[in-house]
Design a protein around this ligand. Sequence first.
Ligand code: PLP
Length: 434
Amino acid sequence: MQFVSTRGKAAAVSLSQAIRNGAAPDGGLYLPDAIPVADLSTLDAAMPLAEFAGRMLAPFFDEDPLAAELPKICAEAFDFAVPIVTPDPRRPDLRALELFHGPTGAFKDFGARFLMACFDRIGDSADPLTVLAATSGDTGGAVGCAAEGRSAVRAVILYPKGRVSPFQELQLTCWDDPVQALEVDGDFDDCQRVVKAAFADRLLSDRHRLTSANSINIGRLLPQMAYVGHAALRLFAETGVKPGFVIPTGNLGHGFAALYARALGLPIGPIILVTNANRTLIDWHRSGDYAPRPSITTLANAMDVGAPSNFERLAALSPEQAEARVDLVDDETIRARMKSEYEESGYVWCPHSATAVEAWARLPAAEQAERTWIAAATAHPYKFAEAIEPVIGAEIPPPPALAAILGRPARKRSVPAQLGALVLALDGEAQAAA
Ligand SMILES: *Cc1c(COP(=O)(O)O)cnc(C)c1O
């Protein structure tokens, strides 16, 4: 299978090359040149997710050098449970797909683990790839964790000093070699500026084989298609009706993966994309005009996106494939929803996941009754305890994976927001390794 750019001005490449490149050279995003139809006869709801993913994703790896490695990549990436639970037994048709049982407590673990497992096989331990990531939250921690202990890829993570919570900082700084955390004296935009400058420096970029793990990488979307497909097939086997999905949305990676899984032929009914108060997506859906804008800060901060980076992929789908509803939930409603759900069922939804429950609750009763709906629960509530605890009036204990992070020592290097400082860190680390 070949991968082509959404802008149509770059050469078609193999999957490995698309993963290595991240964005296409013409600035577009990679998509398969044709949508492969899943062979449902090879897929079984009772299969463990790793095995299911290996089969469902096989057509994307067809003729790629990584094809033989796919089962091992899936075994490494999908090494934690993905339960579907019924948060409130009085509403059996609303399920939560708990995507937060990975080592850093958010669904970013899927994409990061899959991508790093691929990079580790694309790279070479004598001359490793370097993933450079500017982060303000979940992605950096997931990437660091997924890179720990690898030999053909290392990770360098830049985060803004004093702008992440103490737990977030620990989650960025607690990983062992070959992971390096740089605390940048500046804000998130400064971190991004330095990273962009590094990629723009061809010599530097070649010397360290720089690559990126951001949400446009096709290697992050594939594993998301797999767990969406697996969840859909599990519920379809149980109920005989295609489940609906409600997806908390920021950069549209997760939402796009669900649309694509449906286009592959997985039994998926209606899809609702829910944003926080950032209006870009809902305004586009209502007016047909796409107008990216600066993001605003909300309680569901991993979804604070004003220019969804995967929008170009959505626009590349046919109207039928892209068929989705869009809803928006503001902070006040997120708080009210987290509170009422906790009071009625004892279940704690994180602020992101609460947007999905709210969107489901707004559906007409007839639509709720027609099928089972899956709300994607994207982060463990412990990660957002500061925001949730005052609202529900209860303390959220850390789950075992996050408690393990609390016990790890932190390692970081403080640097000014300048490319020169990043170069020193990159070269220094490479020399130490040599
Ligand atoms: C990243 C993230 C989202 C949004 O996912 P996209 O793929 O960017 O749309 C939602 N919830 C949480 C907890 C996240 O970390």
